[in-house]
Design a protein around this ligand. Structure first.
Ligand SMILES: Cc1cc2nc3c(=O)[nH]c(=O)nc-3n(C[C@H](O)[C@H](O)[C@H](O)COP(=O)(O)OP(=O)(O)OC[C@H]3O[C@@H](n4cnc5c(N)ncnc54)[C@H](O)[C@@H]3O)c2cc1C
Length: 291
């Protein structure tokens, strides 16, 4: 199917892009990688009047760490940039493990992490990873910039807090207060598919003790789930077997899966539990080796 008729603008600065959105009428959309928006337009699930393509806006394709350790990911940083990133490999184990699991190589070449957060698909992998890491989104509009924590950014399936004339210019991951550990596991029907279940675990460790924990769940609810009670059960604890089992039980309880063509609700809940245990056992080994 072809998309409905729409107006297309390709501004060359952020200011022009925001202006185009402001003047764009009732229904304008930002185009970043186009890997979610274009299929939706072709199916006519989305029929914007105006598409504002930000790919000609310079200076948005970065990911870098500030001197204090804050990680910044620009709006045109592609999944593939993150997959190949030495910075992530060295400093962000959860992100490094997730990057090659997003879609397939073609989608990863164009699609962006920030676009994925904005798209707010309950099966989007990056939202769980950045939720576990305590990340946020920086939005820029006519009134300037504001930083929105990710746990409040997504307001429902395919909905976010951005005003119609705001652009998400970057995503932020706060600095770690200890050694980072963790990972991302994803159950998919075949390579390149969306998650049946995904689990992100992000830990900060001091020796054998967890100083901060975050757990994000993909595909097991109406939006990304922050398993906060499970994460709280890890904080201040060593990764002992009983601590791991309790966190896994709490994460499984936080999941809100539905039975569908990908599997039963019971199976998905069981996989959440299994993935939390696997990731924490793996983290345990990582921490021991690093000690
Ligand atoms: C075959 C296929 C398989 C896929 N598999 C997976 C998968 O396994 N896991 C996964 O997580 N994703 C998957 N995706 C989605 C993919 O990761 C997309 O790249 C991502 O969801 C959106 O990023 P994008 O840059 O392509 O955004 P776009 O498609 O350009 O935009 C998506 C939405 O976000 C908005 N938006 C984008 N950027 C901004 C911005 N800077 N400011 C404000 N709004 C913005 C757009 O207006 C639109 O509403 C898949 C896609 C395809 C086509």
């Amino acid at each position: 199917m072809y998309p409905s008729r729409f107006r297309y603008e390709a501004p060359r600065s952020l200011g022009e892009a925001i202006e185009a959105l402001r003047d764009g009428g009732d229904y304008a959309k930002v185009l970043a990688g186009g890997q979610s928006l274009v299929p939706l337009m072709k199916l006519r699930f989305a029929s914007p009047d105006l598409v504002v393509d930000i790919n000609n806006v310079p200076g948005l394709d970065y990911h870098r760490a500030d001197p204090d350790g804050t990680l910044r990911i620009g709006a045109l940083c592609r999944h593939a940039d993150l997959e190949r990133s030495a910075l992530l490999k060295d400093t962000q184990p959860t992100m490094a493990m997730a990057a090659p699991l997003i879609a397939d190589p073609i989608v990863r070449t164009r699609g962006t992490l920030v676009g994925s957060l904005c798209h707010a698909d309950p099966q989007g992998d990056w939202a769980s990873v950045l939720t576990a890491l305590g990340g946020s989104v920086v939005a820029q509009g006519p009134a300037g910039k504001r930083t929105i924590p990710l746990d409040g950014f997504v307001t429902g399936p395919f909905e976010n807090l951005l005003a119609p004339d705001e652009i998400a210019v970057e995503a932020l991951v706060p600095p770690a207060r200890g050694k980072r550990a963790g990972g991302y596991l994803k159950l998919e029907r075949r390579v390149g598919d969306f998650a049946t279940v995904g689990v992100a675990v992000a830990l900060e460790m001091s020796g054998d003790t967890v100083t901060r924990a975050g757990i994000g769940l993909t595909g097991v609810g109406g939006s990304t789930i922050a398993a906060t009670e499970a994460a709280a059960a890890l904080a201040g604890q060593p990764l002992a077997a009983d601590v791991i089992e309790r966190a896994a039980d709490l994460a499984a309880a936080a999941a809100r899966p539905r039975t569908d063509h990908r599997g039963s609700a019971e199976y998905k809940r069981h996989m959440v539990r299994t993935f939390v245990v696997r990731l924490l056992r793996r983290t345990d080994l990582t921490a021991e080796r690093a000690a």
